[in-house]
Design a protein around this ligand. Sequence first.
Ligand code: ME8
Length: 659
Amino acid sequence: MSSSFYLTTPIYYVNDVPHIGHAYTTIAADVLARYARLQNRDTFFLTGLDEHGQKVQQAAEKANIDPQQHCDRLTPQFQNLWKTLEISHDAFIRTTDSQHKSIVQRALQQLYDKGLIYRAEYAGWYCTFDERFWTEKDITDGLCPDCHRPVERLSESNYFFRMGQFQQQLIDHIHSHPHFIKPESRRNEVLGFLNKPLEDLSISRPCSRLAWGIALPFDPQYVTYVWFDALMNYVSALEYLSPAKARAPYWPANLHIVGKDILTTHAVYWSTMLFAMALPLPHTIFAHGWWTVQGEKMSKSRGNVVDPEAMVKEFGTDAFRYFLLREVPFGQDGDFSREALAGRYTSDLANGLGNLLSRTVTLIQRFADGYVPKPEPSTQTELDHELQTTAETLISTTLPDYLSPERLELHRALEAIWGLIQIANQYIDKTAPWVLAKQPDNRHRLNTVLYQSTETLRLLCAVLYPFLPSTAKNMKQQLGIPLDFSIPLQEHDVTWGRLTPGTQVTKGNPLFPRIDTASRQKGEKSVEHSQDPISHEPTLTPPGSQDKTSDPQQITINEFQKVQLKVAKVIEAERVPKSEKLLKLQVQVGEEIRQIVAGIGKRYEPETLLGKTIVVVANLKPAKLMGIESQGMVLAAGGQEVMGLLTISDDVPSGTMIK
Ligand code: ME8
């Protein structure tokens, strides 16, 4: 195995219910851990819970139970969510673990013995919620500058860590390690913070005020400040939860992923603690951005906390993982909306990836008896070259660059993967295997097209796995390919052209089944919409009529929305025997292939329709025309006489709804 890769998330406060913010950090870390394992790196991925402190003590008192019992009750809500989200952490630390507690005490004793911890009297403004003191200049109107709750004047004797003495060392380290704090803007923020003199850090709380914490080994009248205890998890876990049961070989960590809210504690408190303990600093601390909901901070009191379980129930784990990482550049803030998730589900997942797999498997079953045919290199064209080089560059350069801890451009990685998916879908459209299949002379070319499409999907499986693990497994099964995600990728897994001809494909469940993306709320909204298309239709509005609903010819927007219009691609067309007017079409509508009998035969020759992107009514009850079942209707202009077929000029995937 090659180099080690130690990766951490913050340890979350056990008291909060996990929401999309916690899910976000943990999913991002999971993607990187899965990717590193596939790259043969000795990976250790740590997450866990921060269980001490005032909030837990108060909540337990309220529930009239012991704080430990309280933590034990709440812990499963995180563990179960990580299972649902397919988080592949190697260890789960709890700061109430007895081993963690004794490692924290050992470190405190060592720092005390070195004279780096001292006792002093301190007076300041204390915020109970944030569990920290503020100085006079931080406070306005008696409120905490962070959470805006009232602060109280407290004076007490406490223990302090000589943080200030490491200020210059930290500044020098940040300057000499350009990848230490990422993204760049956050690095500048920390340097700005370090422009002011760095004060020493109070690292104790008197037991009289807070009993729920780790006792200071040199003064049991005090417990450890929750951040000192929590940050230590990154090294303590290695001593009892890693396979090596020692700090080596994983320390220094390659990557701490945190939200921007806790950058200072990581970049400043933690770094100076490590200097004091004579331990090397982590390679990179990456602070990602903040999710809001409709522009507002998520909070229980606002009632706008997005529950990841509910999103997964509606869209599935992989779609949720995909959305969070694709929607917002990693490092920037984002606003969550269910509608945006539904939109990406349909456009990127169902119509993009789902469609590519489903049509490829269907085409192989139709035109090659379900076995991947042998390609014929002499039939390759520029299109084949484009497909192959896009896939090769993605694997060899694009993804390793975007996923390196110095960049972590996860959204760009997904964008690049979806770039290949789009090229592969266009490749099928342009090469039109259903047309090639008509001519026996084109057999070799058809074989090449079917092979190349499947080969692209095989490589897509390997690159998608870290992001969408279940989807990649499902794809691999339908394609019948021998990829083993539990071991590092082998050279042939990621080398173009290593797909074995003769591999049998099997149609499975759609990767992303259609969902009704028009939510009830959305429907209601569109009723209120003042500019709906119907009200602008002049022929439907009799002059002088105020009450539009009284015109029997008019329909409401709800009635109109009952008609499902969808984009479809014509893949086969032939005349219905003994009919001048009727054509029998096979059209692709997203993942489905439908048969539609259309009365357009006087206007169109069947072969001129192949590959056309048309509009169909997708929810029409099937009917028989001249004994042939028609599963929908094609839209065309004209009355009795067809004047023109409705087509879409842009490259819109089949199955897309028309609104
Ligand atoms: O701070 N958007 O725990 P915590 C994005 N115990 N990320 C979010 C988020 C949001 N709206 N809300 C939470 C603590 N997060 C300490 C950490 S580490 C030694 C101790 C994520 O439960 C993000 O990663 O408040 C953030 O940094 C973390 O949850 C805070 O979790």
